[in-house]
Design a protein around this ligand. Structure first.
Ligand SMILES: Cc1ncc(COP(=O)(O)O)c(C=O)c1O
Length: 504
């Protein structure tokens, strides 16, 4: 492919993406293909001679598009949002276009230096304590990783190195093996699967302690577990606190957990993968109180901050623990600028580094902090609107509502809610997933797509209402009892329509 063809292909591809996005609301959110569908559509071997870009682009439409789940459809309400914006897409494209690998400062000075600057911008936007920032005098700093999972794992390894060093200073007769075999980590049973996985990968059992009725890990439960483990000869090492759990978006209280971790010399890591973006808004920043107790903090701009996957922001108070844990030098990696800029390869697993800072820079410049705040507030308002709709119908129960996530169920036996979810899934008009709250089966409804509007929330609610009607038929009196919210008129009207159709 020559440069002229690249121009044509690139422009056609951008047009294709733009058309896709313009029509995404009208596309069924879930694909209707069966497992293995691609096998029949692809040749069994790579072509011997190159094909035209026109043919390839046509096959994207014919072969790939039918197998996509449309995460950016306003009818996608599963998991948590994955971020998407045009500035970030162009940032990704340019990063691929430059095609460098930032394994050291000299390997591409702009890579390292823009990342340093962006992590300062982000840290200041969230009002993180100074000591986490690259621009502070101390050994702290921020770096972009690929995922929250990687961050939790990397911090676990750093915590392990710190603990070994600390204990061997006091007891030089202890071997690394003596210590490492006894280390233990803690989080709540509400933490993301990646937290447990970090323990598995890092050979440090992760105790998933029971959360309280609000989904929080409390200091008393943590302390109790620590005492029991110490009595068994184990060595407590690492705690992962959650700001915004995956099941219900619950927030641990860092002012509660922090002092225990500090007193027991445990590395406190904070996972704010989804909710971290909300700390850009002053009204949610109180949830971050106590972060000064943490050794490391992480959130995913690739979830809620409009930066396409992957971009996970991690800060540590003392990067020397990472460097000590991961520093493997070779003559071919040395450059003369050592010490002037962070050698980020020592802060992560892989040697190569993508130019993720570019898309972050584009998003921060083109949206500004205000644009990000507006996006967060809009999505939370839409979730609250959905919550008001659920509350307006006495057959339903709102179990939790936090940020852009509402967990709800049909009152009564779990089988009713399971049945409702099954029916909604079968219709494939919206996509939601199940959850659990206090041992009850719930439906998790997350506001995900950047283009979601109130009418999309109404549409989703209609889906639930129409299917609930087949499970627990409404009597007119059930509906709209709580007056005074805008939603009620619509909800009542919808139900009246269902009731009158039923009576025909
Ligand atoms: C609270 C929390 N932590 C961690 C993760 C894992 O994120 P990643 O895919 O970046 O590893 C998720 C994903 O949803 C999450 O909700």
């Amino acid at each position: 492919m020559d440069v002229q063809e690249f121009r044509e292909f690139g422009k056609a591809a951008v047009d294709y993406i733009a058309d896709y996005f313009q029509t995404i609301r009208d596309r069924p959110v879930l694909p209707s293909v069966q497992p293995g569908y691609l096998d029949d559509l692809l040749p069994k071997e790579a072509p011997q001679t190159g094909e035209s870009w026109q043919d390839v682009l046509q096959d994207v439409d014919r072969i790939i598009m039918p197998g996509l789940t449309h995460w950016h459809s306003p009818n996608f309400h599963a998991y948590y949002p994955t971020a998407h914006s045009f500035p970030a897409i162009v940032g990704e494209m340019m990063s691929a276009g430059f095609g460098c690998v930032g394994l050291s400062w000299m390997a591409s000075p702009a890579y390292t230096e823009l990342e340093v600057a962006m992590m300062n911008w982000l840290g200041k936007m969230l009002h993180l304590p100074e000591e986490f920032l690259n621009c502070s005098e101390g050994p702290g700093g921020g770096v972009i990783q690929g995922s929250a999972s990687e961050v939790t794992f990397v911090c676990l390894l750093a915590a392990k190195e710190r603990k070994v060093k600390e204990l061997r200073q006091i007891n030089p007769e202890l071997t690394e093996g003596d210590i490492k075999g006894k280390l233990i980590a803690y989080s709540s049973d509400q933490s993301n699967s990646s937290v447990e996985k970090a323990g598995l990968l890092g050979s440090m059992p992760m105790r998933l302690l029971p959360a309280d009725d609000k989904g929080r890990l409390t200091a008393s439960v943590l302390l109790d577990a620590i005492e029991k483990d110490k009595a068994q000869g184990l060595i407590p090492c690492y705690v992962v606190a959650n700001l915004g759990t995956t099941p219900t978006c619950a927030f641990d209280d860092l002012n509660d957990l922090g002092p225990v971790c500090n007193k027991e010399q445990l590395w406190l890591h904070v996972d704010a993968a989804y909710a971290g973006t909300a700390f850009s808004c002053p009204e949610y920043r109180h949830l971050l109180n106590g972060v000064e107790y943490a050794e490391s903090f992480n959130f995913n701009p690739h979830k809620w901050m409009l930066v396409n996957f992957d971009c996970s922001a991690m800060w540590v108070k003392d990067a020397r623990y990472l460097v000590e844990a991961f520093n493997v030098e070779r003559i071919y990696l040395k450059d003369n600028h050592k010490g002037l800029a962070p050698e980020y390869r020592h802060w992560q697993i892989s040697l190569g580094r993508r130019f993720r800072a570019l898309k972050l820079w584009f998003v921060l410049r083109m949206y500004g902090v205000e644009g990000i705040q507006k996006h967060v507030r809009n999505q939370i308002a839409l979730a609250q609107y959905f919550e008001s709709l659920v509350r307006s119908d006495d057959r339903f129960q709102v179990c939790t509502s936090s940020m852009g996530l509402v967990c709800f169920r049909l009152k009564g036996d779990d089988r009713l809610t399971k049945n409702l979810l099954e029916k909604v899934h079968q219709r494939r008009n919206i996509y939601v997933i199940p959850g659990q709250f206090h041992q009850r089966f719930v439906i998790r409804f997350a506001v995900c797509s950047r283009i979601t509007e109130r009418s999309d929330i109404d549409y989703a609610w209609q889906e639930f209402l129409s299917q609930a009607e087949e499970i627990v038929p409404c009597s007119k009196g059930d509906i709209g009892e709580k007056k005074g919210i805008a939603a009620i008129g619509l909800c009542s009207a919808a139900c009246e329509k269902i009731c009158s159709e039923k009576s025909k």
